[in-house]
Design a protein around this ligand. Sequence first.
Ligand SMILES: [Zn+2]
Ligand SMILES: [Zn+2]
Length: 259
Amino acid sequence: MAEIAGLNEIRKKYRMTADYHTHTVYSRVGPYYHGKGEVADNVSAAAMLGLKEIAITDHGPSDIYGLRMRHFDRIRADVDAAALLHPEMSVLLGIEADLKNTSNGLDITCEEAARFDIVNAGYHISVPGCRAPQSIISTRIGAPAGSLEKLRAFNTGLALRALYSNNIRVLTHPGDKGPFDMRELCRACEETGTWMEISSRHTHMTVSELKISFDYDVRYVISSDAHKPSQVGMYETGLKRALEAGVPLDRIVNIVEVE
Ligand SMILES: [Zn+2]
Ligand SMILES: [Zn+2]
């Protein structure tokens, strides 16, 4: 119960101003919908919460739930329609691109990335082509140290290539779904001005990863990573980890104290 009390206290003291990471029904594989709401539903939910900005960031083309580029034209139309209904808010067309072993480290080209208002990027190991060999991935559970280090170097290399080759706004859930050299990620986010995500959906960045990041001049964003409209604007668990780690509030771009 202590944890719940903590979250209530957080709700009273702080609020979120923008949610830069949400998914919709466009993220799907066959009949299985990874996201459960329409663009309009996510935007309405954000408006109800009084957010000033929301981004629709469905998965890039190489993700198992990902979209082909032409599908983003339909999301753009939905985003524009929702924006007309909510002139008080900024509604952004974004993407959660996959880190991938390509020349720019992403599953979209730099030209394709330019079509979005905001580009986020994250690592999703279930994606063919954006991962190390399966034999190395399987070592995550009881791996020989050598292989794990190989995977860490591979993953970190992908992230650095993506960060330095593109204009990425948010590195989503850094440290999640595979081993990374967190110091290398932090250094690259510092040098490129990329926000490091503290996810309310995923456990990374963890408190200990956040403490490592204090050695670098990075800024953070709390994200819901909502997969349903009811999850839009969820910041409490992410912020709780940030506060536990001691992240200064002025380093978090989308959280303010309630006056
Ligand atoms: Zn993700
Ligand atoms: Zn996501």
